[in-house]
Design a protein around this ligand. Sequence first.
Ligand code: SAM
Ligand code: SF4
Ligand code: SF4
Length: 368
Amino acid sequence: MQLQAKFDFGFNSEPFLAKVGKVSDPDVRELTPVSTTGGRPLCLSFGEKNDDVPNSVCVGRQFSYLAEGDIVRIDPNAGEMRVVFRTNSIHNVIFMTERCNCRCIMCVQPPQNVDDSWRNRENLELIAALPKDLKTICVTGGEPTLNKEAFLNVVKALAEHLPDTDVHILSNARTFNDVPFVKAYADATNNRFTIGVPLHGVEPQAHDFIARSQGAFNQTINGLLNLAANKRQVEIRVVVHRYTAEHLADIAEFVVKNLPFVVHVAFMGMEPVGYAKSNFENLHVPESVWWGGAAQACKLLDAVGIPVSIYNVPICLLREDLRLYSRQSISDWKRTFLPICETCKAKNDCCGLFESFAGLPNIGLKAK
Ligand SMILES: C[S@@+](CC[C@H](N)C(=O)[O-])C[C@H]1O[C@@H](n2cnc3c(N)ncnc32)[C@H](O)[C@@H]1O
Ligand code: SF4
Ligand code: SF4
């Protein structure tokens, strides 16, 4: 699914957010600015520009999915549109920053050392424009907590504006090593907030090697303990690749012994994008290599009542006993199915594949 487009109608204004109005014509959407920085109402048409209509902007027909209430970011000087919120999706994100304090070897979103503090105001404007009955939203980056003040402003705004929404924050949790910051986070949020934290190993050397950052493991573990001490929910996420595949059972055992408060553990197939793409040959291991370890890990967690899932792995690439842990985890805009899937009886329960896998050599799908 395409989320970004170029258009050839420019005018002088700061970038602004705009909401899609009621759909009365399948080929046209009215856009109303919701930013405080300006912008102007626009008429978005698909396929062909309507020169008779003032402020008409044209993008491809693939954007005809835009529905009433969706929100786009318009950069009039650059002639760019980006879809930042879709009413009909459960995969919307508040993207805090491209910067990070780690450089994980498999990172799907390689950190960039840029000043993108402009996002802070825009994220608050986006939150204010979100529907009150929103079921779920994700906060991510880069590392979303790097600018502590901006992060706290965002979680406060979410808690106040959307008290009934589940908020899933993805963070390496190093910043939560700072106790006053954890207290401020706990004060600002409620029990609908969960922080999903990657764990790459059970001791500093293994974890820090993957995070490519010394001291990461100790800070992350302290962060997790601080969050639990302040009664905030945490989840553990393990991306499976060459350096974690053999340690899934050890990680599960570590969680059971040291982090028994976690509300969920997810073992996640690796998306071949970013560093995972450039390091693919080195990092990729066939799923069959980790079936045994995953089964042991899932049983251990099951036995103590910690919910456990396997994400991002098509059902036909999982051993029979692991299929019950499989979830529809891949974001709708990144997910694809191949022609072989069309006749597959498991399709409705299957997470499909990352679109980025489609161009890679056959990964052994077998329709049921
Ligand atoms: C890109 S990170 C950004 C948020 C935060 N820095 C973190 O690591 O949680 C978002 C999530 O993507 C996961 N992730 C990173 N690289 C991945 C990959 N190649 N495939 C699948 N998940 C990946 C991380 O473990 C994390 O849960
Ligand atoms: S996975 Fe998260 S913590 Fe690791 S480099 Fe990427 S953004 Fe940073
Ligand atoms: S063939 Fe396709 S739909 Fe069927 S289990 Fe495999 S990936 Fe899923």
